[in-house]
Design a protein around this ligand. Sequence first.
Ligand code: SF4
Length: 62
Amino acid sequence: MKFKVKSELCRGCGVCEAVCPNVYQMDNNHVAKVVTESVSDDLMECAIQGENVCPVRAIIHS
Ligand code: SF4
């Protein structure tokens, strides 16, 4: 499964990174990025948790 941050929506709060740093990391402009090309099964739960905690729903998956 692939996760994506809609950078135009991201407010830079850092919550997704706090919940799942193996998938989400803040860049130098305080915008979250997905750091794994494809999220493996062992990271799936925290990736979805990070998606769900985003206050502006900027994270999507497909
Ligand atoms: S939780 Fe949402 S708004 Fe906050 S840094 Fe992550 S993607 Fe951006």
